[in-house]
Write a protein that binds this ligand. Structure first.
Ligand code: MF3
Ligand code: CO
Ligand code: CO
Length: 313
């Protein structure tokens, strides 16, 4: 099996955009990480190959996380702040006895990420008021009985431009195309290959600085899942029992990102172009991928996005 390690100066696998040595390297090297491992699980097995009982743990966490997405989706409206989204997510999660994973994660102070327009990812909920025409990616991660479920959707605020619809559609289609490209024992690079093909056909670009990731009893672990064709991590094999995310960030202009110096998190497109993203947590099974974060009411595979005004017209 391919066991290549990240170098200290490589971008960290968590997607922070920081160097590995400044981010998760120390944590990855320490044995006492995260929630206590259940019997029969080696704490440092990485990537985790989950047994049936462990897969059930992930199913529950991901189903709960999807229910949070179903809860907030229709509550997100013009005139509300991104901070109000965070409050809804926080309170719903805590009232159900679970934990928002981003709260306190490496200094992140909120219970979800809200990334508006030219924000690629890791937008921090706050006083920003959502207005007609905005697109906002809401990225949710819950911890349920020690297991992590992670997903995101890009939502339309009122009527949005044709370009906003197109880039949102592209990121959704790219994610599903990557899911459909998976089979047990395939390589990670199939994901980036599928995503790039969809992006290229739409004339959009794929963000290179932030990856999908293995997930389980930790938020971010191996495998690293680049969304573009890339050889460094691409030869890692997706074995039955592995859980990971696919979360392509697609930009209308350049793929280049810059992180806000004042907060250390918010990643913007360098040209101010729009960025859209969807994310699911996937389990590779013996027979193919199982999408664990499917929602009841959100866009399903094959969904066709439209702006509300174009529906009325
Ligand atoms: N949910 C994001 C992901 O998909 C990670 C957010 S980490 C945070 O991996 F600290 F920015 F919240
Ligand atoms: Co993720
Ligand atoms: Co996420």
């Amino acid at each position: 099996m391919n066991d290549r390690k990240l170098g200290p100066n490589d971008p960290c696998h968590c997607g922070s955009g920081k160097k590995y040595k400044k981010c998760h390297q120390a944590q990855d090297q320490s044995a006492s990480q995260g929630a206590p491992a259940p019997a029969k699980t080696e704490a440092r097995r990485d990537p985790l190959i989950l047994n049936e009982e462990e897969r059930e743990g992930m199913r529950k966490a991901c189903a709960f996380n999807a229910s949070v997405m179903d809860y907030i989706r229709d509550l997100v409206k013009p005139g509300m702040t991104t901070g109000a989204i965070d409050t809804l997510v926080h309170d719903y999660t805590v009232e159900h006895g679970h934990t928002p994973a981003t709260l306190g994660y490496r200094g992140f102070t909120k219970s979800c990420c809200t990334s508006v327009n030219d924000v690629i990812c890791h937008g921090i909920p706050g006083p920003l008021v959502l207005k007609d025409g905005d697109i906002v990616n809401v990225d949710l991660t819950s911890i349920v009985d020690g297991w992590y479920g992670d997903q995101s959707e890009t939502l339309f605020i009122g009527d949005v431009s044709d370009l906003a619809v197109a880039v949102t559609q592209c990121s959704f289609d790219a994610m599903w195309s990557a899911i459909d490209a998976l089979e047990p024992g395939c390589k990670v690079k199939e994901i980036g290959r599928a995503i790039q093909k969809v992006a290229k056909a739409s004339g959009f670009s794929v963000v290179k600085d932030f990856f999908g990731h293995g997930i389980g009893r930790r938020f971010h672990q191996r495998p690293h899942v680049p969304h573009f064709a890339e050889n460094r991590h691409g030869s890692e094999i997706l074995r039955p029992g592995m859980c990971f995310t696919i979360e392509p960030m697609i930009n209308t202009g350049t793929w280049r990102a810059v992180i806000d110096e004042s907060d250390g998190w918010t990643a913007y497109t360098t040209d101010g172009g729009l960025s859209a993203q969807f994310e699911h947590t996937i389990l590779m099974t013996e027979t193919g991928p199982e999408v664990m974060t499917l929602t009841k009411h959100g866009p399903q595979r094959g969904h066709h996005f439209t702006s509300p005004a174009s529906v009325k017209a």
